[in-house]
Design a protein around this ligand. Structure first.
Ligand code: WT7
Length: 664
C-alpha cells in the first residue's frame, strides 16, 4: 500500500500521510482515567491486575482464585465469587446516593417521544419486572427470548433476567419470524418478551405477530409457556388467552421490592446467537463475574467515563453484542448517564443524530464505520448546522474503519480535536480487546493499535510464528489474529455444542492452545495492529493474498465513491477474481459509468497494486446490510458467482438485490 493517498469525501482535496499519528490532546491526557502505567501494571502481574479490576464490582462472596484454566478452553474466572449482575448495574448506585442520576435518556423514534429514567426508577422497574417473571414461573437457569426494539423495557427485561439468574437470548427485532423460531428452539426458551409492534421510519410495523408465527411453526414441540407483550405502537395484535400477557397490566402492579440472589461467578448470564461459517447460528454463551468485570473495566478506560458528568451514547442495537456490553452491562455497571435512541439516523431526517447530541449534550459517541460513511455521503454541512462541542471522545466498532472515514469522523464530529478509539472485539470476546487508550495512545487512522492492558493478542503465520513489525509502506504479509491468553469476558461455549466450540475457535492453533479470532491482521511499523477483516474475506488472486477491506478502502479513497463492498468470486484463471460493488456520491453520477470504472480500477492499482484491480465493478444504488451495518458479503458472492441467493433473513432490505442484479 502506498503511504500517500488523496483524501476523499467532501473534504478539501489534499494529500495526507496515511501513517500520520494523532497524539492525545494534552488536556485530555491530563484528566484521563488511563495512563501508560496501566500497561505496566498488567504486564507485571496479569492475574493480579484482573483481580484488581474485579474489585470494581460488588461481590456478595469474594472469589478465592482469579483464573482456573485447567479445563481449557472453558475458563473459570473469579472462582468461588458470588454476585448479582443486576444489583451491580442498578441497586448499588442507588445505595451509593446516586438514585436521582439519570440512567437513561430515552429518545423514541417519533420526535418528542422521550423519557428520562433515573437509577432509582430503573431499580423499581427491574424489581417489578423480576417479580412478574417469577409469577410467570421463571427460575434461575431458564432461557428467555427478548425480541424487542430499542425501548427501555428491553433493557429492563434483560436486567430482570440477570437478577433472577435466567439467561436472556436477545433476538434482533429486524430478524424474521423464522430466525426467531430457530433461536427459541435451540435455546428452549420458556418465555418470550416482545412488543406489539415497532416504529420503522415513522410507521408502526407488527412484531408480536412474528412471535406467534414462530411459536406456531414450532407446533407441539414449542417450549414457550408465556409471551409478555409491551405496548409500544398500539397496533392490533393476535392474542392467545392464557399464554399471552400485557406488560402494562402486570409489571406496574408488581412490588418494587425484590431481594437479589447472589449467583456463582460462572453462572450463565446470556446467550447471543451469531452467524458462523455454516448456516446454523451459534448460541454464544457468556457468564457473570468475568464478563461484567471486563465490560466495566473496558467501558471505564476506553471511553474514559466520568459518571458524574458524562453523557454517553452508543448507537448500537441491543440485538447485537455491542448493545449488550456497551449499552446495558458496561455503562450501567459504571453508573453513567446514557442516551438510548430507538430509531435510525435518517428519521425523520438526516439531522436526527446531531439533534440528539445537542439536546442531551452527548460527550462520548460510539458508532460503526458504516454510520460514519453514511454521514460522509450526506455531507459535512449537515453537521456544521449543529453545536457538537460537547463531544470529547469518539469510538468506532464493527469493521475496519478506513483511514478517510476515521479522519472525517474526527474532523466533522470531533472538531479535529477529540481522540477516536477504533475498538476491535467480537461477540465471542464479550468486550473490547484491542483499542487505543484515549489519553495515552498516538492513534493511526484505521488501526485498532494494540491489545488493552490485561489482554494478549498476536499476529502469527500458518505455523504459529509471530510476524515481525511491517514497514511504513505496509509491506508486511498478513497473518492470523490470535488471542494467546484467556480473558475474563471470553465465551464459555456454544450452547449445546461443545464440539463446535472447540472446532471453530481452538482447533487452528490447538497445539499452542490459542484462540483463533477468524480475522486477518498485520503489524505496522511501530508494532501496531491493523485488522484486515475476516479471513474468509481474504481473497487469493493468482496466489496473492488480498484483503477485501484493503480494496474497499482504496475504492472509497476515490472522491466519487461513497461506499464499496468487495468479494472474491471463483475465477478459472486466477483462482479468485475481485468483484466490487460501489455506491457513487451524487456529484460522481455525472461522470459516465465507463469512465468511473476505469478511474476506480486505476485507483486500486495505484493504492495497492495492479494485481488488486477488480475484475468487475458494479455501480449499485444500495448494499445489502444487516441492521448492525455489516455488509453481507456472502450474498454479494452469490450474486458475483451467479448463484441462487442464500439466506436473506438477516437483511434490512432484501429488495436491494433487484437493483444490484439490474446493475450487472
Ligand atoms: C467481527 C466481529 C464487536 C462488536 C460488533 C461486531 C469485525 C469488529 C472491528 C474493528 C476491524 C472489526 C471483525 C470481528 N470487527 N470490530 N474495530 N476493526 N474489524 O461483533 O458481529 O461478533 O463481529 O467484526 O472481523 O471478527 P461481531
Amino acid at each position: 500500500m502506498q503511504r500517500w493517498v488523496t483524501t476523499l469525501t467532501d473534504m478539501t482535496e489534499t494529500h495526507v500521510d496515511v501513517q500520520a499519528s494523532y497524539p492525545p490532546p494534552p488536556e485530555f491526557s491530563a484528566q484521563a482515567n488511563a495512563t501508560e502505567a496501566l500497561y505496566d501494571e498488567a504486564a507485571e502481574d496479569r492475574l493480579g491486575f484482573w483481580a484488581a479490576q474485579a474489585e470494581r464490582l460488588a461481590w456478595d462472596t469474594p472469589f478465592t482464585e482469579v483464573l482456573d484454566w485447567s479445563e481449557a478452553p472453558v475458563a473459570k474466572w473469579f472462582v468461588g465469587g458470588k454476585l448479582n449482575v443486576a444489583y451491580n448495574c442498578v441497586d448499588r448506585h442507588v445505595e451509593a446516593g446516586n438514585g436521582d442520576r439519570v440512567a437513561i435518556h430515552w429518545e423514541g423514534e417519533p420526535v418528542g417521544d422521550a423519557r428520562d429514567i433515573t437509577y432509582a426508577q430503573l431499580k423499581d422497574e427491574v424489581c417489578q419486572a423480576a417479580n412478574t417473571l417469577t409469577e410467570l414461573g421463571l427460575t434461575k437457569g431458564d432461557r428467555v427470548a427478548i425480541y424487542m426494539p430499542m425501548v427501555p423495557e428491553a433493557i429492563i427485561a434483560m436486567l430482570a433476567c440477570a437478577r433472577l439468574g435466567a439467561m436472556h437470548s436477545v433476538v434482533f427485532a429486524g430478524f424474521s419470524a423464522s430466525a426467531l423460531k430457530a433461536r427459541i428452539e435451540d435455546a428452549e426458551a420458556k418465555l418470550v418478551i416482545t412488543t406489539d409492534g415497532q416504529f420503522r421510519r415513522g410507521k408502526a410495523a407488527p412484531l408480536k405477530a412474528g412471535v406467534d408465527e414462530a411459536i406456531e411453526a414450532l407446533g407441539d414441540s414449542s417450549p414457550v409457556e408465556h409471551v409478555l407483550v409491551v405496548q409500544r405502537t398500539g397496533i392490533e395484535v393476535p392474542w392467545t388467552e392464557g399464554r399471552d400477557t400485557w406488560w402494562h397490566e402486570t409489571v406496574p402492579n408488581a412490588s418494587t421490592e425484590h431481594t437479589p440472589e447472589a449467583f456463582d461467578s460462572e453462572h450463565p448470564l446470556f446467550l447471543l446467537y451469531t452467524s458462523g461459517t455454516t448456516g446454523k447460528p451459534k448460541g454464544i454463551m457468556h457468564t457473570s463475574g468475568g464478563y461484567l468485570t471486563q465490560a466495566s473495566y473496558t467501558h471505564h478506560y476506553v471511553f474514559d467515563i466520568k459518571p458524574e458528568s458524562d453523557v454517553y451514547w452508543c448507537t448500537a442495537d441491543i440485538g447485537w453484542v455491542t448493545g449488550h456490553t456497551y449499552i446495558v452491562y458496561g455503562p450501567l455497571s459504571n453508573g453513567v448517564t446514557q442516551v438510548v435512541y430507538e430509531g435510525t439516523p435518517a428519521s425523520p431526517d438526516e439531522h436526527r443524530h446531531f439533534q440528539v447530541i445537542e439536546k442531551y449534550g452527548v460527550t462520548v459517541y460510539y458508532t460503526a464505520p458504516t454510520v460514519v460513511r453514511t454521514f460522509m455521503k450526506w455531507g459535512r454541512e449537515l453537521a456544521f448546522e449543529h453545536d457538537l462541542s460537547s463531544l470529547r471522545l469518539l469510538g468506532s466498532v464493527g469493521e475496519p474503519i478506513n483511514p478517510e472515514a476515521w479522519r472525517w469522523y474526527r474532523l466533522v464530529f470531533g472538531g479535529d480535536k477529540t481522540p477516536v478509539v477504533d475498538t476491535w472485539w467480537q461477540t465471542e470476546t464479550g468486550g473490547i480487546m484491542i483499542s487505543p487508550l484515549p489519553g495515552v495512545t498516538h492513534c493511526k487512522p484505521g488501526s485498532a493499535m494494540r491489545a488493552l492492558p490485561g489482554i494478549s493478542a498476536k499476529i502469527v503465520d500458518d505455523d504459529g510464528n509471530e510476524l515481525a513489525p511491517g514497514t511504513d509502506h505496509g509491506e508486511q504479509a498478513s497473518g492470523y489474529l490470535v488471542l494467546d491468553q484467556p480473558w475474563p469476558a471470553m465465551l464459555r461455549g456454544i450452547w449445546g455444542d461443545p464440539e463446535r466450540f472447540k472446532e471453530t475457535y481452538w482447533s487452528r492453533f490447538a497445539q499452542q492452545g490459542w484462540y483463533f479470532a477468524g480475522d486477518g491482521a498485520r503489524y505496522g511499523k511501530d508494532g501496531e495492529i491493523w485488522v484486515l477483516g475476516r479471513i474468509d474475506d481474504v481473497m487469493n488472486v493468482s496466489g496473492h493474498r488480498i484483503s477485501t477491506a484493503e480494496v474497499e478502502s482504496a475504492l472509497v479513497g476515490h472522491s466519487g465513491v461513497a461506499e464499496a463492498a468487495v468479494v472474491g468470486a471463483t475465477d478459472e484463471h486466477t483462482g479468485q477474481g475481485i468483484c466490487a460493488f460501489v455506491i457513487l456520491k451524487s456529484h460522481a453520477k455525472e461522470t459516465s459509468r465507463e469512465q468511473m470504472v476505469d478511474e476506480l480500477r486505476a485507483e486500486v492499482a495505484r493504492e495497492i497494486s495492479p494485481i488488486a484491480k477488480p475484475r468487475e465493478i458494479h455501480v449499485v444504488p444500495e448494499l445489502p446490510k444487516t441492521r448492525s451495518g455489516k455488509i453481507m458479503r456472502r450474498l454479494l458472492r452469490d450474486v458475483a458467482e451467479g448463484r441462487e441467493l442464500g439466506d436473506t433473513s438477516t437483511l434490512v432490505d432484501p429488495s436491494v438485490f433487484e437493483a444490484i442484479r439490474a446493475s450487472k
